[in-house]
Design a protein around this ligand. Structure first.
Ligand code: THU
Length: 152
């Protein structure tokens, strides 16, 4: 598909974090994972969210004895950032203990991320620190967002 002229690949934003800034974001996601409250799944996840202004908000999954009330790490990080007045995001890194697989956000988290734009980057990591990066519009194509509500 890519390169056939009909489906141009999404272009990476110019302000993608790199170097020490990226390493910090990745480290903060791993550190957040250490705080995960996941006695039921025993599947710790950490997330670190980089705002447009350069601040990092981290989060972990927080489970509950009433299972359905558990919250993913990604949404914890977003809710922390939003509640501190930040609504513009550049990137999120996600960490888990999966050795052989990159952690990927659930569908609910993708939709919550998408509320804040489609042109930012999600770093999916393995336990060894390697990662792949995807733009949000790749993770949630043909998405529904706040702009759509204005189309009626
Ligand atoms: N979980 C996350 O926090 N983020 C993900 O990307 C995938 C899953 C959590 C939810 C639940 O607490 C546990 O991992 C098992 O699904």
């Amino acid at each position: 598909m890519e390169g056939d002229g009909q489906h141009p690949a999404p272009t990476a934003p110019p302000d993608r974090p790199h170097g020490e800034r990226l390493q910090l974001l990745l480290r903060r996601s791993r550190e957040a994972k250490n705080c995960a409250y996941c006695p039921y799944s025993r599947f710790p996840v950490g997330a670190a969210l980089l705002t447009a202004g350069g601040e990092i908000f981290s989060g972990c999954n927080v489970e509950n004895a009433c299972y359905s009330l558990g919250v993913c790490a990604e949404r914890t990080a977003i809710q922390k950032a939003i509640s501190e007045g930040h609504t513009s995001f550049r990137a999120m890194a996600i960490a888990s203990d999966m050795g052989d697989h990159f952690i990927t956000p659930c569908g609910a988290c993708r939709q919550v991320m998408r509320e804040f734009g489609t042109d930012w980057d999600i770093y999916l990591t393995k336990a060894d620190g390697t990662y792949i990066v995807k733009r949000l519009e790749e993770l949630l194509p043909l998405s529904f967002g706040p702009e759509d509500l204005k189309k009626v």
